[in-house]
Ligand binder design. Structure first.
Ligand SMILES: Cc1ncc(COP(=O)(O)O)c(C=O)c1O
Length: 400
């Protein structure tokens, strides 16, 4: 009898984690490595948020809380949705978890039965298909391409819906492409979804605040109120508030779903850290002025890296609307050979040779379901990014 479960056999370790680990090993061995793999801001958590956490410790907020979040945090989340998204929720429609990832996990585990299909546009955040597989569901990939700026077309969405479809996972701005849907583009998709009342929408708004060039962020339940009763809107403090290590994410949706998600959480982790929840209250209710300041820096870095990539032989990179990722195509490098005689046949070969030759760690597109591409996270010091851009150009120029 096998010891490990069939369901765990269907999933893999995150490729971004694998690349980050390899870069760390090479660094420890003395190699000069620039890591562009990790998906987290290089900025520190703002001080007012840290102070709120220290106050929580001093005040004895150190006990179990309600499983799916303190009343204070739920109220702050209710206020956030009203203020920023024009969405009205009651506290009973909010679920708080240990990061956005746990919100997604709870929702999918609470709803998926064997055979249920979950539509996932490519390129996708690596955890979506694996959580679906862990739950016994079937991921159905919706192909996009450079030509559609990595966005799903209404026709492709319509064509993928079957009687077994349970969810569409919709992520804008996207990890890994940075693509974000305009209100009109989103409305064209919600018009399709309105015609299929059995399909639920899991809107992953984790990068909501990381948009550039005056891009106007919108979310499905806001653009199409008819979808409100079958949408789970997911967000968190990890990215915009530079709190990846604090582990607080949240979801808002119909009460029955929220209650069932809390049931899943009650038998796994129980409440997220009481101290992190107090910090998240301050993040959502406190000053928001550092967000545009960070975005100015992110936008400069995005423009820098896009321009440098487009000057590299064989690469082509659109300018994405948001997040802190770019997703260049390396189609022009496929079929070439490195000076040491290694053939580049896939994007996996490309990133592995780039790491060996130039010490630049990026993640292969295969991990995100769309090749031949690779993902760069530009949430890193501008000087390091510029040096990485030069090394990528040198590597590409060296291919024959
Ligand atoms: C698209 C997307 N959704 C959700 C998450 C999860 O965020 P958290 O760190 O809050 O679990 C991430 C983190 O990388 C992400 O990129």
């Amino acid at each position: 009898m096998a010891f490990f479960s069939d369901s765990v056999g269907r999933i893999k370790l995150s490729a971004a984690v694998a690349v980050t680990n390899k870069a760390r090993e090479l660094k420890a061995a003395g190699k000069d490595v620039i890591g562009l793999g990790a998906g987290e801001p290089d900025f520190d958590t703002p001080d007012n948020i840290k102070q709120a956490a220290m106050k929580a410790i001093r005040d004895g907020d150190t006990k179990y809380t309600a499983v799916d979040g303190t009343p204070a945090l739920k109220e702050a989340i209710v206020a956030k949705f009203a203020r920023e998204n024009g969405l009205q929720y009651k506290a009973s429609q909010i679920s708080v978890s240990g990061g956005g990832k746990q919100v997604l996990f709870n929702a999918l585990i609470a709803t998926i039965n064997p055979g249920d299909e979950v539509m996932i546009p490519t390129p996708y955040w690596v955890s979506y298909p694996d959580i679906v597989l862990l739950g016994g569901g079937t991921p159905v990939m919706l192909e996009t391409s450079l030509a559609t700026a990595f966005k799903v077309t209404p026709a492709a969405l319509e064509a993928a819906i079957t009687p077994k479809t349970k969810w569409l996972i919709f992520n804008s701005p996207s990890n890994p492409s940075g693509a974000a849907y305009t209100r009109d583009e989103l409305k064209a998709l919600t018009d399709v979804l309105v015609r299929h009342p059995h399909v639920w929408i899991l809107a992953d708004d984790m990068y909501e605040h990381l948009v550039y060039d005056d891009f106007g962020f919108t979310t499905p339940a806001q653009v199409e109120p008819e979808l409100y009763s079958r949408t789970l809107t997911v967000n968190g403090v990890s990215k915009a508030y530079c709190m990846t290590g604090w582990r607080i994410g949240y979801g808002a949706g119909p009460e029955a779903l929220i209650k069932t998600m809390a049931k899943v959480q009650s038998q796994s982790t129980s409440n997220p850290s009481s101290i992190s929840q107090a910090a998240a209250v301050e993040a959502l209710n406190g000053p928001q002025d550092f967000i545009p300041k960070h975005n100015l820096v992110f936008k400069q870095r995005r423009d820098l890296i896009v321009s440098m990539l487009n000057q590299a032989e064989g690469l082509s990179c659109p300018t994405p609307e948001g997040a802190f990722y770019v997703y260049p195509s390396c189609a022009g490098a496929i079929g070439r050979t490195t000076p040491s005689g290694k053939a580049i046949l896939t994007d996996e070969d490309f990133v592995s040779e780039l790491l060996d030759a130039e010490g630049v760690a990026v993640v292969q597109g295969a991990a995100f379901g769309l090749s031949p591409h690779f993902r760069i996270s530009y949430a890193t010091a501008t000087s390091a990014l510029e040096e990485a851009g030069r090394r990528i150009q040198r590597f590409c120029a060296s291919l024959r």
